[in-house]
Design a protein around this ligand. Structure first.
Ligand SMILES: *[C@@H]1O[C@H](CO)[C@@H](O)[C@H](O)[C@H]1NC(C)=O
Ligand SMILES: *[C@@H]1O[C@H](CO)[C@@H](O)[C@H](O)[C@H]1NC(C)=O
Length: 474
């Protein structure tokens, strides 16, 4: 018997329906909480930081926990004349220097060029910073303890501060400059020690020797540098958390874009990083939450006690002492973007606390922005800002319905980008998708700090994994 036309039609439409359902199922993400909610509702008033610091912070102060503040907001104690807030364009100009230096570090060893041998020219721009997304923690150094505001940086290893007598040069900083001679617990490190030899890998520069004291030198991507004595000192995290004999740089020639901060806390995973030096105490685990805006406070916690229960892990790999991650796929509004997995494997990716904006392979970025625009058609596109080409004029809106952006990390760990990580705001008439394209698909991808805001990011260096948990600061 020949099937009737209507039966064929029925079978065809049924298969089509089936195909669509299966197809959608394959494309759409299958976690129950995600399926129902593919959009964020954004209240535009939440874009703008308040002029006063909101001091409320998660729970009680945990053991080994420090407050994290944005250098340019009302929660930092920095004098606004010393540390001028940056425009979006200035932020991106500085961010690009950091991105370029990360690329250089992962491709050729240009960063190992010895700065002690070369005349370095510096972009001496007052009110600027090393990379612009600087988050600051306050740590006590020496005996008696002196509080110092340090930039924390997962992209470098050596911890240092400017030190008196500033034999060559110190830039202006908010805290009094550390005086090692006034501390009863400071010691110089000798040139023959293992720690001195360890500086070569931690800084990329062979250490020098001055009257048998070990001398370190490190230069950052924006050509900022610090050179000084390598010392050992007592470090106070909180009154219960004190580290004796911590190796750090006592900077005698410090130049570049660090303005305001007293130095840097190196949270890479090289042998001399803070993480490795405190391995016995904290088990090579730390976590942080970057606040949603500069008028609120986040935290940096050392040890397992800072790890929230809702954390989801992905493995990390060592990329020249940076934290490498595997990105498998991206989603917009619950739909997987059609990007060949090869695109992500070719570029690779690192997570960095100091890069502001996530950099994606151009192929991935164009798929992302296209899908994002397609789901934002009710809002008027406007002219680009700096490297952002997907910008909206939201002057006439109070709330915006924003498609969620999700990431599938290695180990099939799905994580939504928090709402505070989707836009960068020049002003209400230019609100831009806060992702950017690298120049080439082969350039390393970087997961930046805008996309990390409000999440607890857990670095379990011993366990070789990095975790993400939503609602980290709240
Ligand atoms: C550390 O070594 C330098 C260079 O030799 C010296 O000037 C300084 O006084 C030493 N500091 C201490 C506390 O020994
Ligand atoms: C301050 O922060 C808390 C916790 O993040 C939040 O619940 C509260 O609404 C904030 N208050 C203001 C005035 O922004």
């Amino acid at each position: 018997m020949v099937p009737s036309n209507s039966l064929i039609l029925f079978i065809c439409s049924f298969s089509l329906f089936f195909l669509l359902v299966i197809g959608r199922k394959e494309l759409a993400l299958e976690t129950s909480e995600e399926e129902a909610h593919h959009y964020h509702t954004l209240h535009l008033s939440s874009f703008f930081p308040s002029s006063v610091c909101n001091l409320s912070i998660k729970g009680d102060k945990k053991r080994g926990s420090l407050e994290v503040v944005h250098k340019h907001g009302p929660c930092s104690k920095f004098n606004k004349d010393m540390v001028k807030p940056l425009t979006v364009e200035e932020t991106i100009t500085q961010d690009q220097l950091r991105v370029d230096s990360i690329k250089a570090r992962l491709t050729i060893n240009t960063w190992k060029k010895d700065i002690l041998d070369s005349k370095t020219t510096l972009p001496a721009k007052s009110g600027s910073t090393i990379g612009s997304g600087n988050y600051i923690v306050t740590i006590g150094l020496g005996t008696p303890k002196k509080d110092l505001s340090l930039i924390f940086d997962t992209g470098s290893d050596l911890t240092w501060t400017q030190c008196q007598p500033c034999a060559v040069y110190c830039y202006s900083q908010q805290d009094p400059i550390f005086a090692s001679s006034m501390s009863t617990t400071y010691t110089n490190i000798s040139c023959t020690s293992n720690e001195c030899s360890g500086l070569a890998s931690a800084t990329g520069h062979t250490p020098r020797c001055i009257s048998s004291t070990c001398v370190y030198a490190i230069q950052y991507g924006d050509k900022s540098f610090t050179v000084g004595f390598f010392g050992k000192e007592k470090l106070t995290i909180t009154s219960q958390d004190v580290i004796d004999g911590f190796f750090f740089g006592c900077g005698q020639n410090n130049q570049g874009l660090f303005h305001g901060a007293a130095g840097l806390l190196g949270l890479g995973h090289d042998k001399l990083s803070f993480v490795s030096q405190t391995a016995n105490k904290y088990g090579k685990v730390f976590s942080y939450c970057l606040p949603s805006k500069s008028s609120s406070i986040g935290y940096l916690t050392f040890g397992i006690s800072g790890v929230p229960s809702n954390v989801k892990y992905t493995p990390f790999s060592n990329k020249n002492s940076l934290y490498g991650l595997e990105l498998l796929a991206m989603y917009v509004g619950g739909t997987k973007l059609a990007i060949s997995p090869m695109v992500f494997t070719t570029s690779g990716m690192i997570i960095d606390s100091g890069t502001v904006i996530t950099r994606l392979p151009p192929t991935a970025y164009s798929a992302l922005s296209k899908a994002f625009r397609a789901q934002m058609t009710q809002y008027p596109l406007t002219r680009p800002v700096s490297l952002f080409d997907t910008c909206y004029d939201l002057s006439n809106f109070q709330t915006v319905s924003v498609p969620k952006i999700g990431v599938l990390w290695g180990g099939n760990t799905y994580v939504d980008v928090p709402i505070s990580g989707i836009f960068i705001v020049k002003d209400i008439s230019q609100v831009c998708l806060a992702f950017a394209a690298n120049e080439y698909d082969s350039d390393v991808g970087i997961w930046g700090n805008t996309q990390q805001k409000t999440q607890a990011i857990v670095y379990d260096v011993g366990g070789g994994k990095i975790g993400f948990a939503s609602g980290g600061c709240a």
